[in-house]
Ligand binder design. Structure first.
Ligand code: NAP
Ligand code: HSE
Length: 343
């Protein structure tokens, strides 16, 4: 008799890891109905056993092998962040035949193509819905909902921390430093907030979106990137008089797609950029405030599409990560059921 449990191992148990654990607790009634199985977090890798955690009762370990080599673990969820040692852990997990879910845009922007190929070769899944736009299920929408269409251009607010800081500065006159401290306390910012304020976090998400939307691989260095560090309250007040608000906008466009003037077979040229833009009040992205993210896609068949919602935070991102875990759990459940009925 096969076990009716899908076991998850977590690499990291901070904001997103605990957001996922809360999501699993809040939604656990439904798992058996959806999957015929339950989901259990078996253990979580951390650095510090003394740290206070919002979620208790999960087995914590400092030994990555306890998770990476555990034959009982079906899915490894990487929510540690950073490129190293995460890259080697994720490679090891995939090579060991484990499905992997990650919310790590830096890792994906740098190594995503290689890791996806490794997952494919090992017959496992690598899913990353939480890596872009937090709680907005944008990657599934592009991969499935827009499968019959073609994205031609994208423009969005992809970083919650900087949008929160800019909104606070514009609406409450808060200083840059105070607004950043609030975003850090709320768990929106990266471990090193330079990633957020320099535009690098948005650039990583832009790289992932370019892959998903245009099927083109660019490096972070291919995008022109600047952040919000030099903005001042004085400049904000001055531009406000002209009805303009500052937003950290990421944009990308294919300049010579086969259906535009480049001609069939011509090399695809992509222009990608992250930087402050001063938007008019009637721009849809002006309505995206606080920690929310927003994305406008211009597609060939449908035209303009727009999404808005929480772009960071434990529960919002935990929900996106949980949707990946459930997609994998469905596959694990089907495989176990097939084996059980075949015997
Ligand atoms: P976090 O709160 O800093 O949590 C990181 C966790 O990983 C902590 O539990 C930490 O252990 C553990 N960890 C880090 N390095 C480790 C190492 N070398 N060995 C063992 N454990 C290690 O980070 P987070 O905000 O949850 O973000 C996690 C990932 O999700 C990042 O890739 C981030 O970009 C992405 N993400 C975050 C958000 C968000 O809103 N926060 C949204 C979307 C995506 P200790 O607890 O012991 O320190
Ligand atoms: N630090 C990131 C942000 C987390 O503020 O958008 C979500 O990816």
């Amino acid at each position: 008799m096969k076990e009716k449990l899908v076991r998850v191992g977590l690499l990291g148990f901070g904001t997103v890891g605990q957001g996922l654990a809360k999501g699993i607790m809040m939604r656990s009634d439904n798992f058996y109905r959806i999957l015929g199985m339950n989901i259990e977090i078996k253990s979580a890798l951390v650095r510090d056993f003394e740290k206070e955690r919002e979620v208790e009762g999960i087995h914590l370990t400092k030994n990555p092998k306890e998770i990476l080599n555990d034959p009982d673990i079906d899915v490894i969820v990487e929510v540690m962040g950073n490129e190293h040692p995460t890259y080697s852990y994720v490679k090891q997990a995939l090579a060991n035949g484990k499905h992997v879910v990650t919310a790590n845009k830096l890792l994906l922007a740098i190594h995503g193509v290689e890791l996806q190929a490794l997952a494919y070769r090992n017959g496992v899944q690598l899913l990353y819905e939480g890596s872009v736009l937090g709680g907005i299920p944008i990657l599934r929408t592009i991969q499935h909902g827009l499968l019959g269409d073609q994205v031609e251009e994208l423009r969005g607010i992809l970083n919650g921390t900087t949008n929160y800081i800019l909104t606070q500065m514009v609406e409450s006159g808060k200083s840059y430093a105070d607004a950043l401290a609030d975003a850090q306390a709320a768990g929106y910012a990266e471990g090193d907030p330079t990633m957020d304020v320099s535009g690098l976090d948005a650039a990583c998400k832009l790289v992932i979106l370019c892959r998903e939307c245009f099927g083109l691989n660019i490096r972070i260095e291919d995008a022109e990137v600047s952040g919000i560090q030099n903005i001042s309250i004085a400049e904000i007040e001055e531009r406000k008089k002209q009805g303009l608000v500052p937003k950290l906008v990421a944009r990308a466009v294919v300049l010579n797609s086969p259906w535009s003037n480049g001609g069939e077979g011509s090399e695809q040229l992509l222009q990608a950029k992250v930087g402050i833009e001063w938007l008019a009040a009637n721009d849809v992205l002006s309505q995206v405030s606080g920690v929310d993210n927003g994305l406008v896609l211009k597609t060939r068949l449908v035209g303009d599409l727009f999404w808005k919602g929480p772009g960071a935070g434990g529960l919002a991102t935990g929900s996106a990560v949980l949707s990946d875990v459930l997609e994998i759990a469905q596959r694990v459940a089907q495989e176990r059921y097939k084996v059980t009925t075949a015997r």
